[in-house]
Design a protein around this ligand. Sequence first.
Ligand code: MG
Length: 167
Amino acid sequence: MLEKKMEVALNQQVNAELWSSYLYLSMSYNMENTGYDGMASWFALQAKEEFEHATKIMKFIGVMDGKVTLFPIKEVKQEWNDPKDAFEDTLKHEKIVTEKIHNLMDLAIELKNYAAQNMLKWFIDEQVEEEDTVHKILEQLKRIDNNAACLYALDKELGARVLTSGK
Ligand code: MG
């Protein structure tokens, strides 16, 4: 059983996850256009993960006999000055997503929806990981400070990322 209030909130989160996917796709092509193929690949995987997050919530809505509603996806930014700029935006965005997930958990607790709480627990853990990963990359980028050789090495390193979601 899915309460109307929870259903609406989860559908909004589906939209937020799809928007995230769209944002990272945009970053991916921006990185590719500026010669960072490794980072382009990293952001492309990130986009796939966000799509999986949306799918996870949609499946939950379905299992709980709710109705999935797909809202329009708002436009995303298309240009970033450099990789540091893109990763700064990524960290800012992930912090907003974390807040959204926490608000959803607050609602699930208020409604005593234990199934939703369980499902959201996975997302809470996922956000801790996301913020940690992006924070570390950003720290490296700050240390590198646009040194071409170091940027080249980091691009190669990030390009080696493989899809680890779907846990
Ligand atoms: Mg997500």
